[in-house]
Ligand binder design. Structure first.
Ligand SMILES: Nc1ncnc2c1ncn2[C@@H]1O[C@H](COP(=O)(O)OP(=O)(O)O)[C@@H](O)[C@H]1O
Ligand SMILES: C[C@@](O)(CCOP(=O)(O)O)CC(=O)O
Length: 455
């Protein structure tokens, strides 16, 4: 409830039989502060204190609400979100500095940040890994005091191993219950970024809740989206604390968020290519190459069928498997990786052609794109990163004229299929039903969408 000048004036006139009342809202519109000039016989001959009491009695209830509003207005509260990603072409080969095409997804991770000044505790809630963690702000502040000094703008200079050890020992010391390996990874990511970014400022207690639309560990960039949203939220918190109320990130800030997220990705998978943190930070569709960075391109909105095998897998192990194969058969594997590089480049040409074409003439470009998808999947099979369930999904899709491949690390997780608009909706619905009846989970979504965003 907020009060207006008219409301306050009318009430004072009525209750004090005032002959003249002037009210000025001095609260910038939140109704938390008014100045008043009142002329009333009821205050005649009374000392200043009694005159104030007279007014306070009339506005007793209103003053309580105003004080609450003032308190709420000073509590920082905001939400940051970041998208998931799919690699369309170039999974794994991107690790070896080949081109890849990737896009943000409509599915997002959201972080809700609230300062809780009346509490002694910092609370972290991550329902997707069943994590609820609390620690006293004082304990956190003590740890922060003795950190190696680094600037949040400079994630590059962090000694990763040293920082990880600090975070590990802090979690062990401050956690009052046993954590699963997954909860531990999630908490490590959060404190790595807290110690790296927030360290130097004078914080109040706060609570963080992180929710996600993404399935964890299935190839759609849950870990990168998680890391980006945390880095983005901590950087936004720093800005608010220095009275910078902007809600968009500058190019420089985006670059810093992406770099911090890259460091955190190293905790989840060892030696990432950098494509996941880039797409989850900037959004949109990109061509990415490790040594060249990213290049955006805009296209017509592509529709994607995402099929979850529900088969768990580890990105770190799968990337390690390809590295081992490459070590044993370097020239053979190098040829496959180079072919994947050519696939990504040709696929980009097709996607750009599709954007220029009308529905009828786009058919042949979708067909070529589908062929490239099939070849890419065969190559990923050759690298040993497919799975019988992924192969099964691809053959179900093929029977109805769709082309599928794994996305991300493979070994389970998601299969994807770009859906050409000329394929009949009934066919898509039937294939979704067939996949569901076999225990897979299939959803249609759109490619693209904004990167890290403050709401
Ligand atoms: N939203 C999230 N909440 C908590 N932890 C997360 C979240 N997303 C990712 N993680 C951490 O990252 C790990 C998954 O990373 P990864 O295997 O790279 O999968 P993905 O392909 O989805 O990025 C999870 O096991 C978990 O520890
Ligand atoms: C296999 C790889 O190309 C993608 C891994 O993606 P994800 O962790 O499965 O979402 C590795 C990388 O690019 O770092």
């Amino acid at each position: 409830m907020t009060y207006t000048e008219v409301y306050i004036r009318d009430k004072l006139i009525k209750e004090l039989d005032a002959i003249h009342v002037e009210v000025i809202d001095e609260s910038d519109g939140c109704g938390g502060k008014f100045s008043c000039i009142i002329v009333s016989e009821k205050s005649e001959g009374k000392p200043l204190l009694s005159r104030h009491r007279l007014v306070n009695n009339v506005l007793q209830e209103e003053l309580k609400i105003m004080s609450l509003n003032n308190h709420l207005a000073s509590v920082l509260k905001f939400t940051v979100s970041a998208p998931g990603k799919v690699i369309l072409y170039g999974d794994h080969s991107v690790v070896y500095d080949k081109s890849a095409i990737a896009s943000s997804l409509g599915l997002r991770t959201r972080l809700y940040f609230t300062e809780t000044p009346e509490s002694k505790y910092v609370t972290i809630e991550v329902p997707s890994v069943a994590l609820t963690y609390t620690c006293e702000l004082e304990v956190l502040q003590q740890r922060v005091k003795n950190l190696p000094s680094i600037k949040w703008q400079n994630p590059d200079v962090v000694n990763h191993e040293e920082f990880l050890n600090i975070v590990d020992s802090f979690i062990k010391q401050s956690s009052n219950h046993d954590l699963s390996a997954q909860q531990c990874v999630s908490l490590t990511c959060i404190f790595y970024l807290y110690f790296g970014i927030v360290q130097s400022i004078n914080v109040k207690s706060f609570s963080i809740k992180i929710e996600t639309d993404l399935t964890l560990g299935a190839g759609t960039g849950s870990s990168a989206s998680f890391a980006v949203v945390i880095a983005g939220a901590f950087i936004h918190y720093l800005r608010l604390k220095s009275n910078n109320n902007k809600t968009t990130f500058t190019e420089e800030e985006l670059g810093i968020i992406s770099k911090w997220a890259y460091s955190v990705e190293k905790i989840c998978h060892g030696k990432p290519s950098g494509i996941d943190n880039t797409v989850c930070t900037y959004g949109s569709m990109v061509e990415f190459r490790k040594s060249h960075g990213m290049q955006f391109f805009s296209t017509t909105e592509l529709e994607l069928l995402l099929v979850n095998t529900k088969q768990p897998r580890s990105t770190k192990q799968l990337v390690g498997g390809v590295a081992a194969l490459k070590e044993n058969h370097n020239s053979v594997v190098e040829l496959i990786l180079n072919a994947m590089n050519e696939i990504a480049k040709s696929a980009l040409d097709c996607i750009l052609e599709i954007s220029k074409a009308n529905q009828e003439s786009s058919k042949k470009h979708y067909e070529r794109l589908g062929e490239l998808t099939n070849i890419n999947q065969c190559m990923l099979q050759a690298l040993g990163v497919s799975h019988p369930k992924l192969d099964d999904i691809c053959s179900i899709l093929k029977r109805v004229g769709l082309c599928g491949k794994l996305t991300g690390a493979g070994g389970g997780g998601y299969a994807i299929s770009i859906v050409p608009p000329h394929i009949k909706r009934e066919i898509i619905q039937d294939v979704i039903e067939e996949l569901t009846s076999k225990g897979y989970e299939a959803i249609l979504t759109k490619l693209g969408g904004s990167g890290v965003t403050v709401h």
